[in-house]
Design a binder for this molecule. Structure first.
Ligand SMILES: Cc1ccc(Cc2cc(O)c(O)c(C(=O)NC/C=C/[C@H]3O[C@@H](n4cnc5c(N)ncnc54)[C@H](O)[C@@H]3O)c2)cc1
Ligand SMILES: [Mg+2]
Length: 214
């Protein structure tokens, strides 16, 4: 059997990026996905919005739902201040295995904890397992029909604090209508849409930034 697309993405990183240089890992993946094989990374256009929101929030405890191959994990972890941590959740073991290698290649393994399993099971265990009090930043990029469920779960588990920023990918394409309706109508969130395009294409997509008001 041949290699998988995530394995080919990893090969492209090992071939074209410099070990320990997160920016070169990001560029190698973007170049590969733009020119060889499209993949569902947040990408370079939406990635710049992710970078700017992250820099503004400067989280000490960040959570990512849906690691996939670790592209956005690297984008987030490279901007974290010393001592800050990112927990990323992925339930596909093959994707998790590739992501671990890409995160390590970028030299960011000390800032990232990749937890394998379904978000619905893991979110209620994050406090007892990793001593997380609450998150100040959450990046949602997993199955689109899980965004709302997991947001409510994070609320119910007391893992959001006043000011926590939720940043959701793909609110237009593939789209997350129930999630959007919730964060835009709930008095507990202050929400804003950042228009961009679907990774490596000219189609519209965007990120929704929602601040939890407590
Ligand atoms: C119509 C159409 C189709 C596809 C696109 C293109 C497009 C563009 C995008 O940026 C996209 O993010 C997506 C997309 O579907 N993303 C889903 C991403 C899942 C990853 O997260 C993992 N996962 C999924 N649920 C869970 C869960 N509960 N607990 C733990 N891990 C989970 C999976 O194991 C994958 O690693 C698609 C655009 C338009
Ligand atoms: Mg996405």
């Amino acid at each position: 059997t041949g290699s998988s697309q995530p394995q080919r993405m990893l090969k492209a990183v090992q071939k074209n990026a410099t070990k320990g240089d997160p920016q070169s890992v990001i560029s190698a993946i973007d170049h590969y996905c733009r020119n060889k094989e499209w993949a569902m990374n947040v990408g370079d256009d939406k990635g710049l919005i992710l970078d700017s929101v992250l820099t503004e929030v400067n989280p000490s405890a960040a959570l990512e739902l849906g690691t996939y191959c670790g592209y956005s994990t690297v984008r987030i972890a490279r901007l974290l201040s010393p001592g800050s941590k990112l927990i990323t959740v992925e339930f596909n073991p093959a994707f998790a295995a590739v992501a671990r290698q890409i995160i390590a290649y970028a030299g960011l393994q000390d800032k990232v904890t990749l937890v394998e399993g379904p978000s619905g099971d893991l979110i209620p265990k994050l406090r007892e397992r990793f001593g997380v009090k609450s998150f100040d930043f959450v990046f949602l990029d997993h199955w689109k029909d899980r965004y709302l469920l997991d947001t409510k779960l994070l609320e119910d588990c007391g893992l959001l604090q006043k000011g926590t920023v939720l940043l959701a990918d793909n609110v237009i394409c593939p789209g997350t209508p129930e999630y959007l309706k919730y964060v835009r109508s709930s008095p507990r969130y202050e929400s804003r849409y950042y228009k961009s395009n679907l990774e490596y294409t000219k189609l519209e997509d965007g990120l929704e930034k929602s601040v939890f008001l407590g």
